[in-house]
Every structure is written in structure tokens, then in C-alpha cells.
Design a protein around this ligand. Structure first.
Ligand SMILES: N[C@@H](CCC(=O)N[C@@H](CS)C(=O)NCC(=O)O)C(=O)O
Length: 229
């Protein structure tokens, strides 16, 4: 069988979504560190996937972009027998895809807007963009809080692709817009996610990189202590 390679970066939230899925599906894949700031790596990567977003899965001669598609592909072609992140039942699968999309569109995107703003020179930062991003995060948290009452995972009874998206999206989002006491269900869910073995393994592999995360001031001391840098 050809080698599976995932082009990734240990700080990238979308890469976490896939590394969590790889682990949960019991798949062996080589993780190839991608540094888009390096011009040679960047042009080689753009030759593979001209959109230039990571991660990217390469399976022999076949390249698979876009995290949700990568996870569907991995489940179909490489997962351990019987292990599922997207259920076989159509309506249950649709629910997983809905919440996966929710996290990508309404949590990851505003969270990334915060990171992108911090990467700009101070005089180029845009408070209006940040206010809009924070407002969207607050509204998403309120929807999630209602949805999670009485639930363990986002969709159905089992850990799914929706939870793979939720873990990195929420991990980083709360560094910019923290949860408050009114988010009791969401806070408990975030703790459950952090305790899931596949999530914990991905976070552990990224710990040494947190000192480079632009929003590190908001990271819990469980993950990053500025005094140790
Ligand atoms: N829709 C894409 C989003 C991927 C994405 O936004 N990746 C970020 C890293 S978390 C990226 O590649 N950023 C680098 C860039 O935009 O140059 C997916 O699901 O794969």
C-alpha cells in the first residue's frame, strides 16, 4: 500500500481537525511539516494545491484537499474496520456534516480573523473586523450552549467528525472570546473534548509550538506558561 502523507503545521486548527480524525480512525499516516513562510516549500506546496490552504492529504498519486473531504476519504479508504466518524445512516450523517460545517464557518472563521488581525502591524489592525468576529463567536457559543444541553457529543451518541472540528475551533476561539458561566454545557463539552485521547495526543504534539501562537496570551496555563519560555 502507498504511503499516506499529511502536509500540516502543528499550530494550524484545520490540521488538528484531520490529525484528530487520523488518530480516532486508527490510521497510520506520515505527517510532513509544512512551513509556508519558506518560499521553496511554499511553491512546491502550491504546485500540489494552488489554493495553498493546509492540510493536504497525499495518498500515492492522489491529492485530497479540504478537511471534511479528507476525513470522508480517510474513513472510506483507510479507517480501521468498523470505526466511523461519519455514520452510515443518511440522516445521522447529515447531522454530523451540519455541525462540522457550523464549526468551520461560524467558529473557525471568526477565530482565524482574530489571529490574522494579530499578525498585522499594530497600525493596520481593524477593530471593526474584530468586533464582528467576536460577535459571531458569541452568537455561535449561544447556539452551541442550547444544542449541547443533555448531550455528550455534537451529533448522535458517538464522537464524530463534528467533534474533530469542534476541538481545535473551540480550543483557539476561547483564547480570544472566553466562555463565561452562562456557557456551562459548552464548557463541560470543551473539557470532554480536551480529554478525548485523539484530541489530547494532537495537543501534546503541538505544545512546543504554542510560544509562536499569536493569541498565546489567552491560552490556559495548562497548555502554555509564558514563564517557561
Ligand atoms: N476550508 C479549508 C480551510 C483550511 C485553512 O484555512 N487552513 C489554514 C490553516 S488553519 C491555512 O492554510 N492558512 C494558510 C494561508 O491561508 O496561507 C479546509 O477545511 O481545509
Amino acid at each position: 500500500m502507498s504511503e499516506l502523507v499529511l502536509h500540516y503545521h502543528p499550530l494550524s486548527s484545520y490540521c488538528w481537525k484531520v490529525t484528530i480524525a487520523i488518530d480516532a480512525l486508527g490510521i497510520d499516516a506520515r505527517k510532513q511539516l509544512l512551513d509556508l513562510a519558506d518560499s521553496a516549500q511554499r511553491s512546491a506546496y502550491y504546485a500540489l494545491w494552488p489554493i495553498g490552504k493546509m492540510p493536504l492529504l497525499v495518498d500515492g498519486g492522489h491529492t485530497v484537499p479540504e478537511t471534511s473531504i479528507i476525513i470522508e476519504y480517510l474513513q472510506r479508504h483507510h479507517a480501521q474496520q468498523g470505526v466511523r466518524l461519519i455514520p452510515d445512516d443518511f440522516d445521522s450523517a447529515l447531522d454530523v456534516r451540519l455541525w462540522d460545517r457550523f464549526f468551520d464557518q461560524y467558529v473557525m472563521t471568526p477565530m482565524q480573523a482574530h489571529t490574522a488581525d494579530l499578525l498585522k502591524a499594530e497600525d493596520k489592525r481593524d477593530p471593526d473586523t474584530i468586533a464582528r468576529a467576536s460577535d459571531l463567536l458569541e452568537r455561535s457559543y449561544a447556539i452551541l450552549e442550547r444544542h449541547l444541553a443533555g448531550r455528550t457529543w455534537m451529533a448522535g451518541d458517538a464522537f464524530s467528525m463534528a467533534d474533530c472540528s469542534a476541538a481545535p475551533a473551540l480550543f483557539y476561539a476561547v483564547t480570544y472570546v472566553p466562555l463565561s458561566p452562562e456557557h456551562a454545557h459548552l464548557s463541560a463539552y470543551l473539557e470532554r473534548l480536551m480529554d478525548h485521547p485523539a484530541v489530547a495526543a494532537t495537543i501534546d504534539q503541538s505544545r512546543d509550538w504554542f510560544k509562536f501562537y499569536p493569541g498565546r496570551a489567552g491560552l490556559s496555563r495548562r497548555y502554555f506558561d509564558p514563564a517557561e519560555v
